[in-house]
Design a protein around this ligand. Structure first.
Ligand SMILES: Nc1ncnc2c1ncn2[C@@H]1O[C@H](COP(=O)(O)OP(=O)(O)OP(=O)(O)O)[C@@H](O)[C@H]1O
Ligand SMILES: [Mg+2]
Length: 424
């Protein structure tokens, strides 16, 4: 059950069409071992402690692990966490999402159909069962579970501790990627179904999907995936990148920054964790290490600006348990609210021009030679060295011609022009 919107919600969230309480969404990722789980739990624990100390006694947060190699329970100093949120401190719940728990409920019919198709090809049931897990199914289910918990639990904040960068990007881009792939599949399947399924069933030697499979696929496609995509790209959702002050971790964070931007996912802060504290840096033994760290941090700060870089010092001990995490969060965020939007940046936008339209897409850290831009009907196909995305355009731009693509100041600008004689 959703908690009714309090006056605080109304004041904070402004105009009438946004009266429904919204959940602030933060998703952390970065290279393996840099401190993602620690930072996620510290953000949530400090957000609750700070809000409650400032009079918001009903402030509640959920910290959710979306990393299959869960370690959130260890970081919180608890034996076990499960797939259902439990309270770990007043106002703070924690959960380790298990996509397989919900997979059956959400993908049951589609999965069943694919299993029957594979079994028909002579594939053993157990193998067919695994193969029929559509690419992206686990990622989508994980996101659906996080969104469901965030809404049903009436939280003010959800912090998602994602897996290391590669898997996290698969998770965060799944609504977009699966939607593109599934749209083609559905078009193809509709073509087959148009032969009239009952008749075709007798003529075609493969099992054809029941109408319910189409209905389920369509629901997933048009409602769930779009819903998830907007959940992740709403103005109160941000991905935060964690890196240690080492070149490899920083390079991975910058690549992730580009990839996130390509898919319209905003980043409002970058965190450098395990920075040598000033006392240690003054020790002769650490001089060189401290100098290298300072140089790496300068590179990172310049590269991500105007997104702020926050620093967390290397502690003497591991950061485990609510108390240590709360103190870690307080030190990391200083005077800032940990759940505030720490950087506002415009996302994808379309601008009308005299001859047509200009598309603006933030795309940091990309060299012009590393980007391909092609227009196909109502989509822009964008390709960086690591990823590609089919960016849907407003329908009326389908007939426009791509005349220029330019990368400037971390932004891609694409000019689309009306063809002479074409009508809008
Ligand atoms: N600033 C810090 N000072 C001291 N210890 C830290 C700090 N940040 C993290 N640690 C410790 O480093 C270890 C790894 O941290 P954590 O589990 O948060 O990393 P992770 O990025 O989530 O790792 P994985 O990629 O395996 O999920 C933990 O033991 C944690 O307590
Ligand atoms: Mg972790």
């Amino acid at each position: 059950m959703r908690r009714p919107g309090s006056l605080r919600d109304v004041e904070r969230r402004g105009p009438p069409d946004r009266y429904l309480p919204r959940v602030r969404k933060l998703l952390y990722t970065g290279k393996g071992g840099v401190g993602k789980t620690t930072t996620s739990a510290a953000t949530a624990a400090w957000a609750v402690a700070r809000a409650r100390a400032n009079g918001h006694k009903d402030f509640r947060a959920l910290v959710a692990s979306a990393d299959a190699a869960h370690s959130l329970g260890d970081v919180l100093g608890r034996d076990r966490l499960g797939p259902v949120p439990v309270e770990v401190a007043p106002g703070l719940d924690a959960v380790e999402i298990d996509p397989r728990v919900e997979l059956e409920r959400r993908w049951g019919r589609i999965h069943g159909y694919l299993v029957s198709l594979l079994r028909h090809q002579g594939i053993e049931e157990m193998v067919a069962d695994e193969l029929a897990l559509l690419p992206g199914a686990e990622e989508i289910t994980t996101l659906l579970a996080a969104r469901g918990m965030a809404n049903e639990g009436a939280y003010d904040l959800i912090v998602v501790d994602c897996a290391p960068t590669g898997s996290a990007l698969r998770l965060l881009t799944a609504p977009d990627v699966v939607r593109s792939a599934a749209r083609w599949l559905l078009r193809l399947q509709r073509g087959v179904a148009a032969i009239a399924t009952p008749l075709a069933r007798n003529l075609v030697a493969i099992p054809l999907p029941e109408a319910a499979v189409f209905r389920e696929a369509e629901h997933l496609l048009y409602s769930e995936l779009d819903g998830l995509r907007s959940w992740l790209t709403e103005s109160d959702a941000h991905v935060r990148l964690v890196a240690t002050p080492e070149r490899i971790a920083v390079e991975e964070a910058l690549r992730a920054h580009t990839d996130l931007a390509l898919f319209g996912l905003a980043c409002d802060v970058v965190i450098a964790n395990r920075v040598l504290p000033p006392d240690a840096a003054r020790e002769p033994f650490f001089h060189d290490a401290a100098r290298r760290q300072a140089e790496t941090l300068d590179v990172l700060r310049d590269a991500v600006a105007p997104v702020p870089l926050l620093l967390a010092a290397l502690g003497e001990d591991e950061v485990i348990g609510i108390e240590a995490l709360t103190a870690h969060g307080a030190e990391l965020f200083g005077v800032e609210r940990p759940d505030a939007i720490l950087c506002h940046q415009p996302g994808l936008r379309f601008e009308a021009t005299a001859r047509g339209a200009r598309v603006h897409l933030p795309l940091p850290h990309v060299a012009p030679g590393d980007l391909d831009v092609v227009k196909l009907d109502a989509e822009l196909l964008l390709r960086t060295p690591t990823r590609r995305r089919a960016l849907p355009l407003p329908r009326h731009l389908a007939s426009y011609e791509l005349t220029r693509a330019l990368l400037r100041d971390g932004e891609l600008r694409v000019d689309l022009e009306r063809q002479p004689g074409a009508t809008r």
